[in-house]
Write a protein that binds this ligand. Structure first.
Ligand code: T46
Length: 183
């Protein structure tokens, strides 16, 4: 297993050890003791799986008072995955990092609590899996618009397919004035 740092401290790319043979491959997607040794969470409480078509963009989402750390990877297809630091007072506030995740590479991406997260699909279809360190709290969810000029994410697609919720997402500036936002 290799862990590769990114310009945002705590946001890392993970390359699990893959055992290939004439039958195919085997890998451990997660192992608490090993991930703990690399400074990653040793407890996740919820696993999610979403399937999306080409050009779908899901995000950028976060939970305000129940922030979720997310260990994300794809088991089919290719996605461009993005984490945005929205932790008030962070030295890297408003900065983003993006990585391309493919089923072939088996790479994982860890997005710590306090980040907004989203991805867009580059293949015909993608199966997206992620482990979360906190439960889903729909009443606590926030959305940051995918194309906020103050964040300046260089997405590899121009006209994404968005949910109504994501199409109506607010800006980083508006987020700062959100009364619900934790201090
Ligand atoms: C996130 C979530 C959703 N749902 C239900 C609620 C809706 O009826 C349906 C679709 O939800 P939503 O449109 O919010 O799904 P995504 O747009 O994929 O949301 C996710 O997208 C980005 C990439 C994220 O990082 C978040 O984990 C998550 O917000 O699944 C649940 O039952 N449990 C859950 O944990």
């Amino acid at each position: 297993m290799k862990v590769i740092s990114t310009p945002l401290p705590g946001v890392v790319l993970i390359q699990p050890k893959v055992f290939g043979d004439e039958r195919g491959f085997f890998l451990e997607n997660y192992q608490a003791q090993r991930y703990r040794e690399y400074g990653l969470p040793d407890q996740f409480v919820q696993d999610n799986h979403s399937r999306s078509a080409k050009n779908v963009l899901r995000g950028l989402h976060f939970q305000k008072n129940y922030p979720q750390g997310k260990l994300v990877y794809v088991t089919s297809g290719i996605v461009f995955d993005v984490a945005v630091d929205i932790r008030v007072g962070s030295a890297t506030y408003g900065r983003w990092v993006g990585v391309t995740l493919t089923a072939e590479s088996h790479q994982q991406f860890y997005v710590p609590p306090g980040f907004a997260h989203g991805f867009c699909v580059l293949s015909d279809v993608a199966d997206f899996h992620y482990k979360c360190t906190e439960y889903y709290h729909p009443e606590d969810e926030g959305c940051l618009r995918w194309d906020d000029p103050d964040v300046g994410i260089t997405w590899p697609i121009a006209q994404p397919i968005l949910s109504a919720k994501d199409a109506a997402a607010g800006s980083l500036a508006a987020l700062k004035n959100d009364p619900q936002r934790p201090s």
